[in-house]
Write a protein that binds this ligand. Structure first.
Ligand code: MG
Length: 269
């Protein structure tokens, strides 16, 4: 009966941290199951601990131009294009968009300063998670708004034999960046899979929004200074305190995904 099924469900939920969130995802997106084939990783703040450098570069260059952008605001707007970021601050401080010259100058200076800072390290936990992902036969992909020309080289250097060129989606592959769903929809298209065959790992509110709008189960890793509530409000299905925590709990999560997919299948019959 419905009642005993519900009891069974609730009892089992007590043994897991993730079942309820997975069921919520399946319900919201009208999916009956999750059959993972690929894991879609954002880059800055997920694979690399690069956000402190971005925050410092934006903060300093804005100041140079008599604009105020504190570091938390950089984290809040991570994923926006350079122009979008500059306009946001210019609107607030001057009540107008930045001119083309301002955009070019500020963005150039920001990139120069960013490139002069020490190279960001691999995020702790990222490599061990990727080894697990690979050993399970899942496709690791990168979905980033970054337009760095040396992306593939950089990824290959820090994560050898992990990401195939076809499975890296960057600023050059899409018209609309995050929070538009296009980058994540493009990733699904390139891997020839559906939304319920992937999971996203994101650290930024706009990235989370993009992934959720693409209909994919979205794991947020809170690697910056923002409150968990900001990532949850953006639509994250589950929030982890770090990449290491996600790596440590990856097997549990896989078990819960399998469990929820089996049970939702049974329910339909
Ligand atoms: Mg990020």
């Amino acid at each position: 009966s419905n009642k005993s099924w519900l009891y069974f469900y609730k009892t089992n939920l007590l043994f897991s941290m993730y079942k309820q969130q997975i069921i919520n995802y399946l319900t919201q997106h009208k999916q009956s199951n999750l059959k993972l084939k690929a894991v879609l990783f954002d880059m800055d703040g997920v694979l690399f601990d690069s956000m402190p450098n971005h925050a410092e570069a934006w903060n300093k260059v804005m100041k140079r131009h008599n604009l105020d952008m504190n570091k938390e605001e950089v984290y809040m707007n991570e994923g926006r294009t350079g122009r979008g970021t500059i306009n946001l601050v210019c609107q607030r401080e001057h009540g107008r968009d930045a001119t083309d010259e301002e955009v070019t100058k500020i963005y150039e200076e920001k990139s120069d300063l960013f490139n002069s800072l020490p190279t960001a390290e691999r995020m702790k936990g990222a490599y061990s998670l990727l080894l697990k992902v690979k050993s399970e036969g899942l496709i690791p992909m990168v979905v980033t708004g970054s337009g760095q020309h040396s992306l593939l080289k950089k990824l290959e250097k820090h994560f050898p034999n992990t990401f195939k060129e076809d499975y890296i989606i960057s600023a050059y592959d899409v018209k609309h960046g995050k929070p538009d769903p296009e980058p994540y929809l493009m990733a699904l298209k390139k891997a020839n899979i559906s939304a319920n065959e992937a999971v996203v790992v994101e650290n930024a509110p706009l990235g989370v929004e993009s992934a959720v709008r693409a209909g994919i189960l979205t794991l947020a890793v809170n690697t910056g200074p923002l409150d968990d509530s900001i990532l949850l409000d953006a639509g994250a299905d589950i929030v982890f305190p770090s990449m290491q925590a996600l790596a440590d709990n990856w097997d549990l999560l896989q078990n819960d995904i399998l469990y929820c997919s089996k049970n939702s299948g049974k329910k339909k019959k």
